[in-house]
Design a protein around this ligand. Sequence first.
Ligand code: FAD
Length: 446
Amino acid sequence: ASERVIVIGAVAAGTSAAAKAKRTNPDLDICVYGREAHVSYSACGLPYLISGAVADYQALIARTPAQFARDGVTVKTEHEVTDLDVAAGRVTVRNLATNTTFHDHFDRLVLATGARVNCPPVRGIELQGVFRLRSMHDGLAIQAYINEQQPKHAVVVGAGYIGLEMAEALLDLGISVTLINRSKTVLSSLDDDMSNQIIERLEAAGVHLALGAALEGLEGKADTVTHVVAGKVDYPAELVIIATGVQPNSELAASCGAELGEAGAIKIDQVGRTTVDRVFAAGDCCTVDHRILNKPVYMPLGTTANKQGRTLGAFLAGHERPFRGVVGTSVTKFADLHIAATGLSVEQALHHGYHVRSKIIHSTDHAGYYPNARPITVKLVANAADGTLLGGQIIGYDDVAKRVDVVAVALAGRMTVDEFAWQDLSYAPPFSSVWDPLLVAAQALA
Ligand code: FAD
């Protein structure tokens, strides 16, 4: 009989692993169990579904179970794996639609169980109108609630990238938004001297900010939320989005003795092996190697989940192509402001014991005389000991994402600031200044 691979979790990492493994070795017998009704979708697109920028949720679905079946991969929706017995090669599965339980067997097992919202344990969190945004189900539920209840006031708790994206989405729908954050800044991937610009833009867009305010509780009437209490202040809200970060779904891994790392995420090697024989993992339930820090970290992102899934799929099919890890790159936007970061901020670098130098420069995204030049701010961070680049942060209105990618590649190549300052970056007036803003920043820092 052919070797049977069972995959638990059917969004990004699980479906990437399954599809890649089957394509590479068609003899594998692969079954994916996902507890949701939807599989293989882009959770990253959910804020834009809610705002209306994406008209149809089906546009976010990469592949349906029927499409997987045509490629020879079985995908079972609304099936939750409740128990593992690795020695016996057995999983216990509950069919959530029929409420029946059965066993299935595997030769090798993939945990792609993802993450869940780290919900603060405050009173009123279960009131109607209070949502987390993680799954397609969550996104559709928020959309339906907005359509039915027509909320006028929303509170978004948490000013990470999902909090910012949801603040924008709700403003676009004409809903007034209060953004509450425990720390005094927004987007912790950036240093305060950069994130201040985002705060200004949020305020200019009409977002009410409650920074440095801890969430105390939610109050309601007849089971439905009416306001949020934070920092001893009441904020009216018929809709609340909890965007306070995520934690890995690593309970099944722990139950079979797999070693866990930072934040309780499953420790894996560069192809996706856990510390338990025959058990593999990928995606938001796992750690990832940080190429600057040289250690595994918990940095759950879709781009990484796809890479880990694909690497693991190839490995299960007999091709060992290690994924070397991340440097910590992320990008988001609020309204017209694009915000990107890679590597370490000054704050993070100091936290990890580096002596750092840094520089912020203000420039325009292309030649000032060519129409529509917009401001761009670049911050570069370097290791004071040896001059290597440690990180970059960019805020602007155009092409910020792709500029940060240049820094990300330089970080992976362990480039010094001196070397970086002379790179052959493209120039013509519509695209850049003769000195690209990245080079200006590096020259200033060198
Ligand atoms: P998940 O997407 O969490 O999927 C895991 C699946 O496994 C879930 O369906 C879960 O229910 C299921 N599962 C868990 N346990 C079991 C079990 N026992 N049995 C059966 N099924 C189980 N990333 C980016 O890189 N860029 C972005 O712009 C970006 N934007 C985002 C915006 C939003 C609103 C959200 C929510 C996420 C965003 N992300 C983004 C993150 C990205 O969506 C995740 O990194 C990605 O979905 C991780 O995929 P995964 O398959 O590892 O985990």
